[in-house]
Design a protein around this ligand. Sequence first.
Ligand SMILES: C[S@@+](CC[C@H](N)C(=O)[O-])C[C@H]1O[C@@H](n2cnc3c(N)ncnc32)[C@H](O)[C@@H]1O
Ligand SMILES: [Zn+2]
Length: 400
Amino acid sequence: MTVLKEYQEGKTTFLSADVDHYSSKKGQPTSDMPVFYNPRMRINRDLSVLVLDTYCKTNQVDLICEPLTGSGIRSLRYLNEVKGDFHSVMFDTNSEAVEIAERNVASNGFDERAQVILGDARILLLTESRGKRFDFIDIDPFGNPNPFLNAAIQGINPRRGLIGITATDMPALCGVYPRVALRKYGGISIRAPFVHELALRLVIGSAFSVAGMNDFSISPILSLSTDHYIRVWIETKASKSEGNQDSERIGLVRYCRHCMAWDVIPLLALKRASEFRHIRSGCPDKVEVAGPMWIGSIQDPEFVTQTAETMEEHKNSISRRTKLMLNLITQESSIQEFYLDIHQMCDIYSWPPPKQDDVIKSLEERGYKCVRSHFKPTAIRTNATVKEVVKVIKSILGER
Ligand SMILES: C[S@@+](CC[C@H](N)C(=O)[O-])C[C@H]1O[C@@H](n2cnc3c(N)ncnc32)[C@H](O)[C@@H]1O
Ligand SMILES: [Zn+2]
């Protein structure tokens, strides 16, 4: 018999398989647990609550769907913590998960607003949305979200919808298995000092393709990278013309691992691509190329700011880490350049890393925007070029 345990997250008390009992040997919850729940993903769910609550302030949301629900905690938190009277539909192929999620729905008093269905999400997303399309779909799978994306786009409200996408297969997305990334996400991954940003952009790039083939456009409004997974919230809309415009935001990323220079080439401008500009002389001619992937914005600064404001209303039910993360995301949301890992840059140049605050101060003194990045504790985001950052670090180190 499954060993169950009562958990509390946000404002919700619920049952799931005992994480300590089932992960004692492996140290981490694994996909073979009788009912999956990963307490470390709390920051993902906290932020998801804040994003949906913010979205509901300006959009009509009647029906939401969590196609891969596990214990049901994510949907229960939406029902408990997001203002609104929407209904939630949850799916899972695991009959034990469905049974536990149903018990959790009942014990939280949501029988009237939630339904849990046993079956394959790829079918149910289509069949359960024929009467009324979903206004929000939350795809939170083991590994790759793409097998569920086509059905999700076809199940989302064509006038306007929101899709949350989690991806956890970081080895493929972070350049360990570039061929796997090409096969699963339609773009090549590389190892680079901003690898998690590339991972996010590969996932958004594949969402562009799936949306586009269904005559939908996409618009990423908030992105998160932490604890070996990435998460992005994408607004969707049935629009061929806006989908065509999205094509301008698909491109390749070129990167030199000898000097850390990088640039992007929109696929539509491939023929006009200029010569790659290295930062120091003597780099080999060959640069690494990643993509195609999304090269447009990964955050909507206005939406991110509104979400940070919403956080005030939820301050007692979200974790300290979520608050820190969202504050960093807000600060960096208006800077388009990729984040830069100062420590990796110093490794490449064989320098001792300077204090991050000194780098930020020096760049600001030179008139650039520069903030810490939520992607990594050792990373900054600045509108200065990599060459400029190299110059600044060199001068800080020279002053020592
Ligand atoms: C990562 S867990 C979900 C965690 C949950 N969303 C949360 O926030 O706690 C993925 C779930 O998807 C279920 N699943 C896997 N493949 C599925 C499919 N094709 N259709 C429906 N459920 C599926 C698994 O049984 C598992 O419960
Ligand atoms: Zn170079």
